[in-house]
Write a protein of this length. Structure first.
Length: 154
């Protein structure tokens, strides 16, 4: 009886061992990596949510194409579109090299299932930095969002 229970337990455990986290989803490798490197945070000002800020670290998804600098696919949603504050995006307190505004349906849209007409989408590049990178969104007085990434060893 002991051996039967042990055999059944091993059979059950070994049946699950070959599966990966994304085995039950219809996702290609790029989408799997983007799910791992997609981060989203709320923008909070004066204890009120004023929008969202999300990013995908593209260097880990497309290492052959995005490797000389740090590249991010960024989505920003602000509830108050009349707000004319000068918000900035920084990486480890450094300004971007380039910001390219993208349409709602762009070459990175397939990486996330989150597309809408009220968000703004950007491809942002920065000079290469250290192993830990901190992407921030805010103005000169207040950081509204901070997203940290740890680079993989390559």
């Amino acid at each position: 009886m002991k051996y039967i229970v042990l055999f059944l337990a091993l059979l059950i455990l070994s049946g699950c061992s070959h599966k990966k986290a994304f085995s039950n989803f219809d996702m290609n490798l790029e989408q799997q990596l983007s799910a791992q490197y997609f981060k989203k945070t709320k923008l909070v000002k004066n204890n009120k949510i004023i929008g969202t800020f999300s990013s995908i670290y593209l260097n880990e998804i497309y290492p052959d194409k995005y490797n000389k600098n740090e590249y991010f696919y960024i989505s920003i949603y602000l509830k108050d579109t009349q707000n004319k504050e000068n918000y900035v995006i920084e990486l480890n307190k450094n300004s971007p090299l380039e910001i390219e505004k993208l349409s709602n349906d762009n070459k990175f849209s397939k990486l996330v299932n989150e597309r809408n007409k009220w968000s703004k989408y950007y491809l942002v590049s920065f000079e290469e930095t250290g192993k830990v990178i901190n992407l921030t969104f805010g103005n000169d007085q207040l950081t509204l969002a901070s997203i940290m990434y740890q680079k993989d060893e390559q």
